[in-house]
Design a protein around this ligand. Structure first.
Ligand code: NAP
Length: 331
């Protein structure tokens, strides 16, 4: 368990949350950040290799200036140019990939001089040839060792932040896979500022060995009865209809607690992770009559339940969300 970043040490002051700044470092002017440490956050027995990677921002203009909910770019600097493997995305080398920041604005050091990322190795086989396919940037980051230098850009993003007065709201956070990243820092920021409202975290992963930051979330859940933490383990658990247990099924299971909370105008809803989760979460929001989503002209709640993923109606549904209360970062 990575306890040091969960609670502020008694002797260090709590820095104010910074104003939102973007593009302090650009692709033409990246910051060379040293890898300070890395820690495997999926179980040793999991075939998914995900790491919590801490980068040193000391001496950079980004130190103390990024906000949770933003992303940073990482430039793979060519480590794989002469790789012996078949890196399917080799042509994309040196192109920047964005990763959601995991750490609260205070970093893992409580001075804002570090930034952390949560990265899963992208490993697959080419469907036709059976050759190994490794994602360039994710493997670049997960291979890095303490002391290595990594070029970073950013921060970027203004639309997935906590509000300016975060303690005045309730929250429902929903995540799949590494989409969990921003919610780690958001919970750290909330609880270290004395958050007393209600917060739910519904987290979906394939296997129980893939639950990243589980001990950290349990640590918060033990100390904060207003934190409701639940997981949806898709390939081990089944929903009420006998299908895979997804985040939307867990939301439905807990809707007696969650729906009344969502009906309050001071409850914010965040989703982060796979795009597919939207196709389950939106229909559920319509089913419970949530005011986070309006009904687009010409559609009924029943129509929305049966829409296929490529239905043109999704763009209307997307436009009908309350953008001040429903935030999403899905890919
Ligand atoms: P993963 O480990 O494969 O977990 C995804 C989970 O979502 C699985 O349990 C999966 O179930 C489930 N799922 C699949 N389809 C779903 C649906 N329609 N509705 C609800 N749940 C569904 O995830 P991952 O590989 O880490 O991917 C996470 C995604 O988040 C990536 O697209 C990534 O780009 C994005 N993301 C990453 C970051 C970051 O900072 N790293 C930040 C934001 C977003 P089954 O596979 O069993 O069907």
């Amino acid at each position: 368990m990575i306890t040091s970043f969960l609670e502020k040490p008694a002797d260090s002051p709590l820095m104010p949350i910074p104003e939102t700044a973007v593009n302090i470092y650009t692709p033409k002017n990246p910051f060379p950040a040293e890898v300070m440490s890395k820690c495997r956050i999926t179980d040793a027995s999991s075939p998914n290799y995900s790491w919590h990677v801490v980068l040193n921002l000391k001496g950079s203009k980004m130190a103390g200036k990024y906000r949770i909910g933003q992303s940073v770019g990482v430039v793979p600097t060519g480590r794989f140019n002469s790789a012996e493997f078949n890196y399917a995305h080799e042509a994309l080398n040196n192109k920047i990939r964005l990763y959601s920041i995991t750490s609260a604005c205070w970093g893992d050091d409580w001075k804002g001089e570090t930034v952390s990322l949560c990265v899963k190795r992208e490993i697959a086989e080419d469907e036709e040839t059976g050759e190994l396919v490794l994602g360039v940037d994710s493997n670049y980051i997960c291979d890095a060792k303490p002391g290595d230098e990594m070029l970073v850009t950013g921060p970027v993003g203004k639309s997935f932040l906590l509000p300016d007065n975060p303690l005045d709201y309730n929250y429902v956070f929903t995540a799949t896979g590494t989409g969990i990243a921003p919610f780690v820092g958001m919970l750290v920021e909330l609880f270290n500022q004395g958050f007393e409202r209600e917060v739910w975290l519904v987290f979906g992963v394939p296997y129980s060995t893939d639950i990243m930051y589980n001990e950290e979330f349990l640590y918060f859940a033990e100390r904060h009865p207003n934190f409701h933490y639940t997981t949806a383990i898709s390939r081990e658990q089944t929903n009420a209809r006998g299908g895979k247990m997804y985040v939307q099924d867990r939301l439905e299971e807990h809707q007696d607690g969650i729906a009344p909370l969502l009906a309050q105008s001071d409850t914010l809803f965040y989703m982060c992770g796979l795009k597919g989760m939207e196709y389950g979460i939106y229909p559920w929001l319509y089913r419970i009559g949530s005011n986070l989503v309006n009904l687009p002209d010409g559609l009924t709640v029943a129509d929305i339940q049966g829409l296929s993923r490529n239905a043109p109606e999704w763009s209307k549904i997307e436009r009908a969300r309350d953008r001040k209360r429903l935030f999403k970062e899905t890919y």
